[in-house]
Ligand binder design. Structure first.
Ligand SMILES: [Zn+2]
Length: 210
């Protein structure tokens, strides 16, 4: 049975009318700035490829904040769909999906890990398993307000790997919400690489310059 358009489709951001099967109106969608190219983080000796769907601004920022701090999983699904589109459009191939972990304490406070939510969505859509490959072993200061260099120091030696047997020689897609300096993703990727992962690709919703 097909649902008949009810006429009360509203944009989740501005409440304006939006087209059938769309959660965002045309005007809001036009404000989302796509990041067209993938890029590397790290150095020539050790670098990881990063794909980000958008720049961290405007509507994208609002959607991420709602997912991250307001348990708004509708916004989470909207964002995850864009990530899925990027994976398909670029024919990204990987054996497993993982995500940036939170400490037990942080997870308890928030109640969920937004990266895990995105990873689970991609997993269902692509039929690729999610693995909780990483653990965060050190509580870190919020990266916001730290300088570039401080962020790298802050994130070093924060992550450990579990289930290292399963991940050996696999290609992993590591999911995160926003990439800024890349310190978090870099150290996650390094931890995995040290355990014999073949390749780690990073996929984030957005990239930010601040
Ligand atoms: Zn709108």
């Amino acid at each position: 049975m097909q649902l008949i358009y009810s006429g009360d489709e509203q944009c989740v951001i501005c409440n304006e009318y939006c087209e059938e099967n769309e959660a965002l109106c045309t005007r809001c969608r036009k404000k989302m700035r796509y990041s067209e190219e993938s890029f590397y983080i790290g150095t020539n000796d050790e670098k990881y490829l990063v794909w980000s769907v958008f720049y961290y601004s405007n509507i994208v920022k609002e959607l991420i904040i709602r997912l991250k701090y307001k348990s708004d999983f509708i916004c989470g699904e909207i964002l995850a769909k864009y990530m899925l589109e990027l994976v398909k459009n670029n024919e990204l191939q990987f054996d497993l999906i993982s995500y940036v972990p939170m400490t037990k304490k942080a997870l308890k406070n928030r109640g969920y890990n937004q990266g895990e939510f995105l990873a689970n969505y991609l997993s269902r859509a692509l039929n690729v398993p999610v693995i909780s490959a990483l653990i965060k072993i050190k509580e870190t200061k919020d990266q916001i307000g730290l300088s570039g260099e401080e962020r790298w120091i802050n994130m070093e030696k924060c992550f450990g790997v579990q289930e290292s047997k399963i991940i050996k020689n696999k290609k992993i897609l590591l999911v995160d919400d926003v990439i800024t300096t890349g310190a978090t993703s870099f150290y996650c990727a390094r931890s995995l690489k040290e355990k014999g992962i073949n390749n780690v690709y990073i996929l984030t919703i957005a990239k930010s310059n601040v």
